[in-house]
Structures are given as C-alpha cells and as structure tokens.
Design a protein around this ligand. Structure first.
Ligand code: RIB
Ligand code: CA
Length: 303
C-alpha cells in the first residue's frame, strides 16, 4: 500500500508515524504536517524528530499554518508546549521537502496510482491539495481519517478536534467523491493507554518502546488533567492498524454530513446516518486486544 500520512504530531500522531514506518505492508511516500495539536513549525519539527529517531527516511513537508476560513485552533494543553512533550530528541539538521505540504500530496499522488491518504490532524492540507490540483482525485484510492465521531465529540458535545479545527476543509474532503474511511472517537476512545499497556510495552526494552513509554507518560498525565481519563486514547494509529490488518476495526457504510455553521451549537459535528449506499465507511467497533498486539509488534521492530 502506497500511503501519504498527513498529521499534526501530537503524541498519538507520533505512534502512527512509527507504525506506518515499521509495516512491510506500507510504502510511506511522504509525511505532510499541519497546524493542529500545535503550530505547524512545532508539528513539523516533531514529525522530523520522530522519523529521524526511528530511521524512517521519507520526505517531510511543512503544510498549512492555519485553517481555510475559521481562526486557528491548537491543543497545547494535551500535547505540551513543543506539541510532543515527554521525550528529549537529539538535535537534527532539519531538511524539509522543498515544497509545502499540499504540494507534497500533489507531487506524490501524480507520481503514483492508488494512493491512500491518511489524515490524523485537521484536513487543511488535503483540502488545499484537492483545490490546487483536482487531477489528484483519480490517483487517490481512498482517504482514511482519524476524525469526527458517530456519537459524541471531545472539544464540544458534538465536535471532535480534527474536524473542529477546520470544518470547511473536512467538508471539502468529504464532498470530494473520494472513498472515505472515518475513524472517530466512538472507536478511538476504546484504545486507552492504561497503566497495564504502558508496563507491557516498557518490558520490550527497544528504542521504540522507550520512546512510546516516555511520550505516553506525558500524554496520560494531560489526558487525566483535562478529560479525567486513566489512560490517553491512542486515536491516530487506529488509521494505520485498520489498513495493515482487516480484522481489527469494523466499518459500516454511512452518510456523513459536516456542520460548517460556526453559529450552530452542532458546529463541526459529523452527522452520521447508516446507509448502504453511503459514501463513507465509518468505524463502529475495534478489537482492543488485537490493536495492542499490533502496536507491540511494531515497537519490537525498532531495536
Ligand atoms: O480528537 C483527537 C485528534 O485530535 C487526534 O488526531 C489528536 O492527535 C488530535 O489531533
Ligand atoms: Ca492528530
């Protein structure tokens, strides 16, 4: 599978990068980063640090520094000042892709067929790429996003962060006609990095498990403070897991409408209705044990 990962690292995005970089089923064409969990200068540096630390050698492009229309929304209270607090990376020479994030998406799509675009942050880069070069549509097999929810939101009762941070970009992507898999909070809140998960991964004693444990200890602290959760939901890697193993995440065909009215209390809601002719496969269930088995296997690969 040829994948472009568009992300806003972000602790859970970092593990999605780790997973995508370790799977022999994935050819990671590139990483584009976006403003989301933190400002784009920080999310870019974080993506670069994680990829370099793990020896994942792919182009990394700095993408949009703000949403298409609404004001910028970041999430420092969860991911810290750096956007990836909890681990001290070595100092690297930061050499980014020569063009911006949307252009990396365009370039890699036009160079390949059947590209899977995975987004784990606000969808600003992908929406911009689709508007800048509509020809890429025929090169994209599907969009797999972490975002939205078939039930409740997290930033508001109705809105999940990735959609709320740029509802207009999400609407452009959802209305593009490209096949979509939406992995929402209704599923990702089932994979909590509980203490027994941390200790299970700590025992692996690899470079990657050390990174995982240190990052998750910070992530769990802020998730407890903000959402009173006993373990942070490891949202973003569910996208990659759903691609590398087809017996972990269950999907149902639905129609999904994005509320783009900032004056509506349901602003940024992903309104889901079951429909066998729906244009979106929405995640509705996950095998939690199999999920952690796959995460563990990936952490073992980076000795
Ligand atoms: O709402 C969860 C999502 O918002 C995750 O992708 C997390 O990294 C943040 O971007
Ligand atoms: Ca994210």
């Amino acid at each position: 599978m040829k994948i472009i990962l568009d992300c806003d690292p972000g602790h859970d995005d970092a593990i999605a990068i780790l997973l995508a970089g370790s799977s022999n089923k994935i050819e990671l064409l590139g990483i584009s980063v976006v403003s989301g969990n933190q400002t784009v200068d920080k999310t870019a540096r974080n993506a670069y640090n994680v990829s370099s630390y793990l020896g994942i050698n792919v182009p990394i492009a700095i993408g949009c520094d703000r949403p298409l229309i609404r004001e910028k929304l970041n999430c420092g209270e969860i991911h810290g000042e750096s956007g990836l607090d909890g681990f001290d990376f070595p100092k690297y020479e930061y050499k980014y892709y020569e063009k911006d994030g949307p252009s990396l998406i365009i370039d890699k799509c036009l160079e390949n067929e059947d590209v899977i675009v995975v987004t784990t942050g606000p969808m600003t880069n992908l929406a911009t790429a689709l508007m800048r070069e509509p020809k890429i549509k025929s090169h994209i097999k599907e969009i797999v996003l972490m975002g939205g929810s078939t039930s409740e939101g997290n930033l508001t009762k109705y809105a999940e962060f990735n959609i709320l941070a740029d509802p207009d970009a999400a609407a452009i992507c959802f209305r593009s006609g490209i096949s979509m898999k939406m992995i929402g909070l209704n599923v990702t809140r089932r994979v909590l990095v509980l203490p027994h998960v941390v200790s299970r991964m700590e025992k692996l004693n690899t470079r990657a498990s050390d990174l995982f444990v240190k990052l998750m200890k910070f992530f769990n602290k802020t998730q407890k403070e903000v959402f009173n959760l006993d373990g942070g939901p490891l949202h973003d890697p569910v996208t990659i897991v759903s691609l590398i193993s087809d017996d972990v995440v269950t999907f149902e065909r639905m129609n999904v409408e994005i509320n783009v009215d900032p004056n509506n209390e349901r602003y940024a809601e992903t309104k889901c209705q079951k429909d066998i002719h729906g244009h979106v496969l929405a995640a509705t269930d996950i095998d939690v044990n199999k999920y952690w088995d796959i995460i563990e296997e990936a952490l073992k690969k980076y000795a």
